[in-house]
Design a protein around this ligand. Structure first.
Ligand SMILES: Nc1ncnc2c1ncn2[C@@H]1O[C@H](COP(=O)(O)OP(=O)(O)OP(=O)(O)O)[C@@H](O)[C@H]1O
Length: 604
């Protein structure tokens, strides 16, 4: 029985019915390859027939007594030639079947990988709250690979080995019914022993896979936290923890390998025992002239060949089990619908209107991440086109959530958000994201040149335009310091660029993609005063003619804003400009007081 569990996304896994559904749904990927699969079955049939006819030829040679006849040598040449031709044909058809099947399997999995990647891209942010990046990487790489094994190994085994078993049984019965029946008694016993043995190996295999993924997760987590580990001199402790995990993996691996070796050798022994049994039973029959010697020879050959497919099939049974688990995992992802739905249609006229102003309205907006506690409570807000609005508040007060709703990472549970009078839900997501530019605290860089990072790989944007945007936000001196200037290769971790310099790249993106609304979410957090100054300069450039919303912990960043919103417990507690809010002597004045004290505190 399979063990049922619940995954990180709260979905039930390990349910047989669900695995069955997943299996049949994934099989649909093979549908376009029906014809090719037909060829594979045909090639397999020819290959196996050519293989199984070889002992039959030897049987004829032995039993017909051709060698003792007049044309003995001539016939021997003929039969020997026939034997060679059959061996050659078997090789040829095996090759054709294997290459065609590999092609089908790899094509199916390439399509599956593409569909999965595309599907993940259609998901809303709530999906990524439930599924960790690590598990999605595993789905995209390791699960698809396991499924590929199904199409390239399990399927071939089912076809080839299944056919082979049937043909051997048919040949045995056609040669001698009684001897065939004796074989049929021995074989199920052996198959049962093999199946039991395989179960032990399957558990060992699962255990070693689990230990391996734990080791990978541990390594990934450690590399991500390397700064912290070094700063706190935790290297020795981490190496010890790694070693513990490593030993567990080693132990599990050795158990699996030992199981496999034992199984294979025992299987050989069982094979020999059954051949001995056959020699004894068959030999007696030959001596009492019930069967001819050639028949016994053919039986012994077929008995040996019989073990090959049984061994293969039991091995593939294990692969099939892991495939079912992987298929179920992907199936669960494929069945996740994005919570934020794309607008069915938005009229062209309305879309044109969108590109005019940049007015933002929140009408009684409430939101909850968990459908229980409200993170935003009945927000009413009207932001004028071109206005610069600062948003401040204590941590967890809902500032980022407010912006997450504006870019439709999530939808409000109550109320409406309007852009230029148009409800967000009616605006196509692509238009919306062209309309709003988001600069987050940690700018994301892709592996690629600086140019491509600014134009986000959109090749129709010329290099000259990228350079002009970078120069305009003051990124020129930074680029000059890089060894290959604008063609320098950047990586996800920034390739030695300071936080402020990476942020300038985000600003250049804004100038290039020209969104009407700009959101800065803690864009100057964790920066030294020089970087903050650079960003402040850039902000002045990019905020011209744009509605700009700036979330900031440092009040100096938003001091000059037209309006400042002070958030507290999911509500707008105060609003006004810097002077007005100070005069109120409320939350803003308290925040300002704390921030002033923090700045004035001497650094040790
Ligand atoms: N993805 C999420 N899933 C569940 N809860 C979340 C999620 N993101 C934020 N929250 C919770 O929502 C509340 C508001 O968070 P939010 O990030 O909007 O606050 P914030 O004012 O921007 O805080 P900070 O200044 O620390 O960034 C917090 O209690 C936070 O824990």
């Amino acid at each position: 029985m399979s063990k049922q569990t619940t995954n990180a996304a709260g979905q039930k896994t390990g349910d047989r019915q669900q695995q069955k559904k997943a299996f049949f749904e994934m099989l649909r990927y093979a549908k376009p390859h029906r014809k090719s699969l037909g060829w594979v079955v045909l090639f397999s049939f020819f290959a196996i027939s050519a293989e199984l006819l070889q002992p039959y030829i030897v049987k004829i040679v032995i039993d017909s007594g051709v060698l003792t006849g007049e044309r003995g040598i001539e016939l021997l040449w003929l039969l020997g030639g026939g034997f060679m031709v059959l061996a050659g044909l078997s090789l040829l058809f095996t090759y054709l079947q294997a290459t065609r099947l590999q092609f089908i399997g790899q094509s199916i999995v390439a399509k599956l990988r593409k569909d999965l990647f595309q599907h993940i891209y259609t998901q809303s942010m709530s999906f990524f709250d439930k599924h960790s990046r690590g598990s999605l990487v595993t789905n995209e790489s390791s699960d698809t690979e396991t499924i590929s094994q199904f199409f390239t190994q399990v399927l071939v085994s089912l076809i080839r080995d299944g056919l082979m078993l049937i043909l051997i049984i048919l040949l045995m019965f056609s040669l001698d019914v009684q001897l065939a029946l004796y074989c049929m008694i021995v074989l199920p016993v052996i198959a049962l022993i093999a199946a039991l043995f395989r179960r032990y190996i399957r558990n060992a295999y699962r255990n070693s896979r689990t230990q391996l993924s734990r080791l990978i997760a541990f390594t990934a987590e450690n590399l991500a936290g390397m700064g912290l580990i070094q700063a706190f001199h935790q290297e020795k402790e981490q190496i010890n923890r790694f070693q513990k995990q490593n030993k567990l993996f080693l132990k599990a691996n050795i158990r699996e390998i030992t199981g496999n070796v034992l199984f294979n050798r025992s299987f050989d022994m069982l094979g020999n025992l059954s051949v001995a049994f056959l020699v004894w039973i068959g030999g007696t029959a030959v001596l009492s002239q019930q069967i001819e010697f050639g028949v016994l020879y053919a039986f012994i050959s077929y008995m040996r060949q019989f073990f090959q497919p049984i061994n293969q099939l039991t091995q593939q049974w294990n692969t099939l089990q892991s495939t079912l688990v992987s298929m179920e995992r992907l199936w669960l992802i494929f069945h996740q619908k994005p919570e934020v739905r794309e607008a069915k249609q938005a009229s062209d006229k309305k879309l044109r209107q969108l590109h005019k102003d940049g007015r933002i309205q929140f009408e009684g907006v409430s939101f909850s991440y968990d459908q229980k506690s409200l993170v935003l409570k009945d927000i009413h807000l009207d932001i004028r086109p071109g206005e610069m609005v600062g948003i401040v508040g204590t941590t967890g007060s809902g500032k980022s959530t407010l912006m997450n709703l504006l870019v439709r990472f999530y939808d409000p549970v109550k109320g409406t958000i309007l852009l230029d009078g148009q409800p967000l839900k009616q605006i196509p997501l692509q238009t919306l994201h062209q309309y709003i530019g988001l600069v987050q605290q940690e700018p994301f860089l892709y592996g690629g040149t600086l140019i491509d990072n600014v134009r986000l790989f959109q090749q129709d944007i010329s290099k000259e335009r990228v350079i002009a945007a970078c120069e305009a936000v003051g990124a020129g001196p930074m680029v000059q310091r890089l060894s290959q200037g604008y063609d320098s290769h950047l990586s996800q971790n920034g390739s030695g660029l300071a936080a402020g310099e990476r942020q300038l790249i985000s600003f250049a993106r804004i100038l290039l993609f020209e969104p009407k609304v700009l959101i800065l979410d803690e864009a100057t957090a964790n920066m030294d005063s020089h970087s903050e100054w650079l960003i402040q300069q850039a902000l002045e450039k990019v905020s011209v003619n744009r509605t700009t919303l700036v979330i900031a912990h440092r009040l100096s960043t938003i001091r000059e804003a037209d309006r400042i919103l002070v958030m507290k417990d999911g509500e707008i507690a105060e609003e006004g400009n810097h002077q007005e809010l100070l005069a109120k002597n409320g939350h803003y004045a308290t925040l300002h007081h704390h921030s002033f004290k923090e700045r004035a505190r001497p650094t040790s």
